[in-house]
Ligand binder design. Structure first.
Ligand code: UT7
Length: 324
């Protein structure tokens, strides 16, 4: 018998305001046609003026707790994956802790940009397996609209705001792939790729929050090789072939990247969860947002095998294999 981190429920939250491609075309030289053709994005959600990352995170966390039917008093770990915290410190996770009324255990943020949720699964899995937490909230929450240069058409059309969360609990498992819960995580980084995707500000450099800068082509090129490599590592570790995957729930940055991954795995399109059309790229929130949609609409069912993969600034990237 071993300890597994089982996912008991999920939830998400999107701000009210929708920003369409046509509305963006009124601000910068772009078009609905270009954005849809190159990225698959139709619209994105933008947080209200007074809406903070912690507000989105708290709402997603509450939805996840309700879906899991777990009382907030059981939570003893809150990890918030975000690159857009409310403040430089303290961690947004501690604001969520206060908002939820949790007074025990640990709370901290995790910074791996778009790979934050997959990194978070790895960290929470370890803390649960070593007995340091029993009931954890893992949240991916972002307000990327606050770090976009709204005059740069090559980046401002690609991102959106939102939050997703899951509740994980320690349960006994057999130690093989018949278990439900997290089966493996593989996380990587290569700091040499900094210049391809970064924010040109921060507390110890400019003293400002800065704006996102990206060499889109280079990120694209690396994403279509590194994410499949991380998926391969997960399949090898569990001695499985791609046919064992019921659902690919990838980071949502570009439909062409997602389709390329699905093709490499020879997965039929219906087995790949896509939300980039509606949400755009919400960084660490994109995977839990997509997961929640597919769980709530009944596509993902208990017992299904799920593969997640993400890549983001750093570069950071990784995969997570789990049975729902
Ligand atoms: O979550 C982190 C990971 N991020 C990603 O995974 C993003 C990865 N990269 C991408 O998704 C794509 O590279 C982009 C969507 C960013 C760009 O697509 P692309 O097919 O690589 O286009 P490009 O950068 O080669 O640009 C093609 C043309 C350029 O014009 P020229 O130089 O060919 O005349 C751009 O100036 O499209 C132009 N362009 C635009 N045109 C209209 C760039 N942005 C826009 C725009 N509207 N918004």
């Amino acid at each position: 018998m071993i300890v597994r981190a089982k996912i008991k429920g999920c939830g998400s939250y999107l701000p009210e305001r929708i920003l369409t491609n046509d509305q963006l075309a009124e601000r910068v030289e772009t078009s609905d046609e270009w954005i849809q053709q190159r990225t698959g994005i139709k619209h994105r959600y933008i947080a209200g003026e007074n809406e903070l990352t912690s507000d989105l995170a708290t709402k997603a966390a509450l939805a996840a707790l309700e879906h899991a039917n777990i009382n907030v008093s059981e939570v003893d770990l809150i990890v918030c994956a975000t690159a857009t915290p409310d403040e430089t410190f303290p961690a947004t996770a501690t604001v969520v802790q206060k908002n939820l009324g949790v007074t025990k255990g640990a709370a901290f943020d995790l910074q791996a940009v778009c790979s934050g949720f997959v990194y978070g699964l790895s960290v929470v899995d370890s803390l649960i397996q070593t007995g340091q937490a029993k009931t954890a909230l893992l949240i991916g929450a972002e307000t990327f609209s606050r770090i976009l240069d709204w005059e740069d058409r090559s980046t401002c059309v690609l991102f959106g705001d939102g939050a997703g969360a899951i509740v994980l609990q320690a349960e006994e498992g057999n130690g093989d792939t018949s278990d439900s819960g997290i089966l493996s995580t593989h996380i990587y980084a290569d700091g040499r790729c900094h210049d391809a995707l970064y924010v040109d500000g921060g507390p110890s450099s400019t003293g400002t929050a800065g704006f996102l800068r990206m060499e889109g082509k280079e990120v694209f090129r690396q994403a279509v090789t590194r994410m499949p490599e991380a998926i391969d590592a997960a399949l090898k570790k569990s001695d499985l072939g791609p046919e064992a995957i019921d659902w690919l729930v990838p980071h949502q940055a570009n439909i062409r990247i997602i389709e390329a991954m699905g093709k490499k795995l020879k997965l039929p399109k219906e087995r790949v969860v896509v939300t980039v059309d509606k949400h755009a790229n919400t960084s660490a929130a994109s995977i839990p947002l997509a997961l929640t949609e597919a769980v709530y609409d009944g596509r993902i069912k208990r017992g299904d095998m799920i593969m997640m993969a993400a890549m983001g600034g750093g570069f950071t990237w990784g995969s997570a294999l789990l049975r729902w």
